[in-house]
Design a protein around this ligand. Structure first.
Ligand SMILES: [Zn+2]
Length: 421
């Protein structure tokens, strides 16, 4: 075993212990709560900083509170190889979403230091804040600000759902000064790797510890759509005279379920479709009334922009047909989608080769929105290593095997060293 191999094994073990300790410190009731720009996230930031200090690796916070640690390379003029993930969790979530990728990146730098490994490019680990969208109704806040995808002037007024205080107010409480714009970019980082739990069942089903993400799903979303029909007597109004909003919605739902089935039949497992919110008006609805209105959320996604464009066309075409046949009116309301983000093929190949070298089987699979999207959109090529986990994510049952985490951290390490030269 080389010195680096022994070091990354030991540091991955230590990173697992750090992660479990942070989990214990941020468990509230059945789940883990690390509020973005709040208490739990701050506890995690402090624990990470102390862990690095013990190893002689100083962490520095940027003006937005993201933590950075660098291991210099032989040629300091070259942009570094980055890796990391987020410190926050959803309310009552699990311990591994975000934190696994954060501590895995720290383990790689700690192993480089412990073994005296100095590649050509430096290594740069980043622990990001505020990735989860429930807190401020917007995702990737730390990465977004740090990379200049949004400015504090644009998003500083967003309010956290539980505290009612703005992002700016939360930053002031943490002594974070903020800045005018980007504090990190392509001149600092040559590429970015993110290890993340899978959050789905594919790797578990395939019996594989690791997956390589093919792309980050974009989506077409209408959070506040509704259909307007006409209330009527449930027994007296004949079918031809009804303008039933619920049956109209059912038609739309089934049309998209058929579209999804069609994508799968064509071998495309990237598309997803969900109507997560449905409701008739409690002030007006009754078992004995034809429903005159239904509110719903529409959300479909995929890694391929042409499929999302096709879904949009299908949505408009289907609505026009239903309106004509059923005498109802659709109001889609504000649109809130994001485009899909392509990941870097060369970096994916590096992750695959690194896993193969360690004897781990992998499969390729699409993934959902992560901090990496912000890097890719900022001109820093990115790739994601997904680690098998149990019971999904964003819930207290979220689980992961220690051996799978270590396999992931080691795979990340060799891919980073390969990219760093
Ligand atoms: Zn995450």
């Amino acid at each position: 075993m080389t010195r680096f191999a022994a070091a990354i094994r030991a540091e991955a073990e230590a990173a697992w212990a750090l992660m479990e300790a942070i989990g214990d410190a941020t468990r509230e009731g059945p789940g883990i709560t690390r509020a973005a720009f709040g208490e739990g996230e701050q506890k995690a930031a402090r624990a990470v900083t102390a862990w690095l200090e013990e190893r002689g690796l100083p962490a520095a916070a940027d003006p937005y509170g993201n933590l950075h640690v660098r291991w210099p390379g032989q040629d300091p003029s070259l942009p570094a190889v980055g890796a990391g993930s987020h410190l926050d969790s959803v309310p009552q979530g699990g311990n591994y979403d975000g934190l696994a990728g954060t501590v895995a990146a720290l383990a790689v730098l700690a192993a480089a230091k412990a073994s005296g490994t100095r590649p050509r490019r430096g290594l740069h680990a980043i622990a990001m804040r505020g990735e989860e969208s429930p807190w401020f109704a917007t995702a990737y806040l730390g990465a977004r600000l740090m990379l200049g995808r949004s400015t504090l002037a644009e998003i500083g007024g967003l309010r956290r759902f539980d505290s009612g205080r703005t992002l700016r107010e939360h930053m002031v409480a943490l002594d974070l000064p903020g800045a005018e714009g980007a504090v990190l970019g392509p001149k600092d980082l040559a590429c970015f790797f993110e290890l993340h739990i899978e959050q789905g069942p594919l790797l578990e089903g395939a019996g594989l510890p690791l997956g390589i993400a093919t792309g980050i799903r974009g989506n077409l979303r209408f959070p506040e759509a509704r259909i307007l029909g006409e209330y009527g007597h449930a027994s007296a109004v004949p079918r031809a005279h009804r303008r039933d909003a619920v049956i109209a919605l059912s038609e739309l739902v089934l049309e998209f379920d058929r579209f999804w089935e069609g994508r799968l039949a064509k071998g495309d497992d990237n598309f997803v479709f969900t109507i997560g919110i449905v409701g008739t008006d409690p002030a007006q609805h009754a078992m004995t009334k034809v429903p005159g209105e239904v509110r719903f959320s529409f959300n479909c996604g995929g890694t391929d922009a042409t499929v999302i464009a096709a879904a949009r066309e299908l949505l408009l075409r289907t609505i026009a047909g239903i309106e004509a046949r059923r005498g109802v009116r659709f109001e889609l309301g504000p649109e809130a989608g994001t485009p899909p983000v392509a990941l870097d093929a060369g970096l994916m190949a590096k992750l695959e080769a690194s896993a193969a070298r360690l004897g781990h089987g992998t499969r390729r699979l699409p993934t959902v929105g992560h901090d990496t999207a912000m890097y890719c959109l900022s001109g820093i090529p990115g790739a994601m290593l997904m680690v098998r986990n149990q019971h999904g994510s964003h819930n207290p049952q979220e689980a992961m095997e220690k051996a799978d985490f270590i396999a992931g951290a080691e795979t990340l390490a060799y891919a980073m060293l390969e990219a760093a030269g």
